[in-house]
Design a protein around this ligand. Structure first.
Ligand code: B12
Ligand code: SF4
Ligand code: SF4
Length: 226
């Protein structure tokens, strides 16, 4: 007789990853059109809220290339094996898995004018670290009706804060941002984190710690700075 596996509940998944500083960020039941590998019937997003992963990552990080991504793979692979899931990562690719589209679907979030999705509590201080795929229908919480704070934000201080107006055009001006960060006057963005993100009042109390901000900017420059 074929072996049957009991799949975990959504709450059990959330509890299992919470100890790693990671959060279950909703999910959905994919169809063929999502082009996922295997026979995936449930996708659960895994992410960070307000830099909660930083302390656990800091104590477990190793001297290796892309340490946060490598740590993420280590911890999620262990969990996935335990609970019968496969894992997809936002940092694999290109082509990249559409994590922001998945997050809009799973949690009802919408993009801010500076790119990252806006979370009503954590503002711009959250991210995605993986997606767990299950070949079974796991009941999921429905995507909440989320208030989008940007809709009522008249002054939009995020847009005015960038010293090189990287958000003035149709697309994010990546070269201008990188050029500024690598220049003699780019220290504030480079070491303290993106000024546009820091100008947003929503979730400001959840802003990442200075060493976390500096780490992310350094990783960004390493990946995209040439
Ligand atoms: C390539 C990439 C970049 C590129 C290009 C970004 C872009 N906007 O295309 C660059 C280098 C510019 C970049 C920069 C940053 N990125 Co980036 N990036 C990615 C990455 C690896 C792939 C994106 C992608 O092409 N996906 C494939 C496409 C097909 O799918 P999709 O993303 O779901 O695309 C849809 C939606 O995103 C939506 N969409 C995206 N932006 C917007 C904006 C508006 C106004 C609207 C209406 C829709 C919309 O439209 C797309 C089509 O349906 C993702 C991780 C991932 N795998 O998604 C991170 C990711 C999007 N980045 C992220 C972050 C945090 C940043 C930075 C803030 C990094 C930093 N230094 O702090 C900056 C922000 C700059 C900016 N203003 O956009 C986070 C966003 C988290 C969040 N809260 O939403 C992600 C999800 C990584 C993660 N691990 O969490 N990034
Ligand atoms: S400053 Fe206003 S418009 Fe900009 S991200 Fe924050 S809430 Fe949205
Ligand atoms: S890091 Fe600095 S230069 Fe780049 S988008 Fe943010 S504010 Fe602008």
């Amino acid at each position: 007789m074929a072996e049957t596996r009991e799949y975990p509940t959504y709450d059990a998944i959330a509890r299992r990853i919470a100890g790693m500083g990671l959060a279950a960020r909703g999910g959905f039941h994919p169809g063929d059109e999502d082009g996922l590998p295997g026979a995936a019937r449930t996708l659960v997003l895994v992410g960070d809220l307000g830099g909660a992963l930083w302390s656990r990552f800091s104590s477990e990080r190793r001297a290796e290339a892309d340490p946060l991504d490598a740590w993420t793979r280590r911890v999620l692979e262990v969990v996935a094996a335990e609970i019968g899931a496969a894992v997809l990562y936002p940092f694999d690719g290109p082509p990249h898995w559409p994590f922001q589209t998945w997050a809009m679907r799973a949690e009802g979030l919408k993009p801010s004018p500076v790119g990252p999705l806006m979370h009503p509590e954590f503002g711009l201080w959250h991210s995605y670290r993986g997606a767990l795929l299950f070949e079974d229908d796991i009941p999921l919480p429905s995507a909440p009706a989320v208030i989008h704070p940007c809709d009522g934000c008249v002054e939009r201080p995020c847009l005015a804060a960038c010293p090189v107006e990287a958000f003035a055009g149709q697309a994010f001006a990546l070269d201008a941002c990188i050029g500024h960060q690598q220049s003699d006057v780019g220290e504030t963005c480079r070491d303290g984190g993106c000024l546009a993100r820091r100008a947003c009042p929503i979730g400001a109390g959840h802003a990442y710690a200075p060493d976390h901000m500096g780490f992310l900017q350094a990783a960004f420059l390493k990946t995209f700075g040439g």
